[in-house]
Design a protein around this ligand. Structure first.
Ligand code: SAM
Length: 302
């Protein structure tokens, strides 16, 4: 038997999975403890939006989409604790549960592992492939039932995984809420390189090169604001209205910008932020209220 010691060694294989299998003999991804913050906000949002979703779920019309699904389990490295992925957590929900699930992963090992772990033939669809390519077929399939509610969890390893065109495609669906991992840490680390070339990973991720204007020499905080502002404009251009992206401050009625929640590592470095894109003001209102309290129960994160 191999003893797991992923704390110091680089245990990842070429797919990003741990070289050592999980306790059920299937692949797992090694993660830092901060990954639980991501799941905290995902689950909190799914709980808080339960009543709004129930109208659709009761009529068999609630759809969950996971474009970067992973194998279904992670190992919190230092603790060697196995935890469920976001997609499995969504599947296990009892309250206003989704009626149909679409899970994509570029690795066939992951798609197969997730399928085994979920072990449900009836309402789950598992595909191996690049989500940026599979999206056309998915949107075509889902467009055939226009009265549905869709929730997409989009959780790539970094900006190289996702092209903005994929969001443009998803946005063609009615009632399409997106919880997105925006990989700010990795973007900031590579910004210098991308500034020196054209048609980069960042141009594809943001779907525009407008970020280049005025970014030179900006402080880290200002880079963040500029990128989020560019991304907000891009979301607006594909049909996400201001009211579904922003919150008016209750005191001053002034828009505060796209509400994000930051996921940091144990050294307090920002790894990524989570963004909710919705076409509906109610969804953003729910998101705004849940991100005010962090996983430790403290108020006002942003
Ligand atoms: C951060 S992990 C996903 C973690 C998972 N969402 C969770 O909650 O544990 C990113 C996953 O995306 C997959 N991936 C990377 N590029 C992809 C692509 N272009 N299309 C689909 N899946 C991709 C990787 O194989 C990996 O499993």
């Amino acid at each position: 038997m191999t003893t797991r010691n992923c704390k110091k060694q680089d245990c990842k294989d070429e797919t990003g999975n741990c070289r050592i299998l999980g306790s059920d003999g299937l692949p797992v991804q090694c993660v830092g403890p901060w990954v639980e913050d991501k799941y905290f906000f995902l689950e909190k949002y799914l709980n808080a939006s339960c009543e709004a979703r129930r109208k659709f779920a009761d009529k068999n019309n609630a759809v969950f989409i996971d474009l970067f699904a992973g194998p279904g389990k992670c190992i919190v490295k230092n603790e060697k604790r196995e935890i469920d992925s976001g997609g499995i957590r969504a599947f296990k929900r009892d309250e206003a549960s989704f009626n149909e699930y679409f899970y994509f992963d570029i690795s066939s090992v992951n798609a197969k592992a997730l399928e085994k772990r979920i072990n449900s033939k009836s309402n789950c669809n598992f595909r191996c492939g690049d989500s940026n390519g599979l999206i056309n077929e998915l949107v075509e399939t889902l467009s055939q039932k226009p009265y549905r509610y869709h929730f997409a969890f989009i959780d790539p390893f970094g900006p190289d995984g996702l092209k903005f065109e994929t969001l443009r495609n998803l946005a063609k669906l009615n009632r399409m809420d997106i919880l997105l991992h925006f990989p700010i840490g990795s973007i900031k680390r590579n910004l210098g390189t991308w500034l020196r070339s054209k048609s980069t990973i960042l141009d594809n991720f943001l779907g525009t090169d407008l970020w280049r204007k005025g970014i030179d020499g900006l402080s880290s905080d200002k880079v963040f604001k500029l990128l989020i502002d560019v991304f907000t404009e891009q979301l607006k251009s594909i049909g996400y209205p201001e009211k579904g992206l922003r919150m008016a401050s209750s005191d001053s009625n002034i828009y505060t910008g796209l509400p994000t929640v930051s996921v940091k590592n144990t050294k307090d470095v920002d790894l990524y932020v989570l963004i909710l894109a919705s076409k509906h003001q109610l969804a953003q209102k729910i998101w705004n209220s849940i991100i005010k309290i962090d996983p430790k129960g403290q108020k006002e994160l942003f």
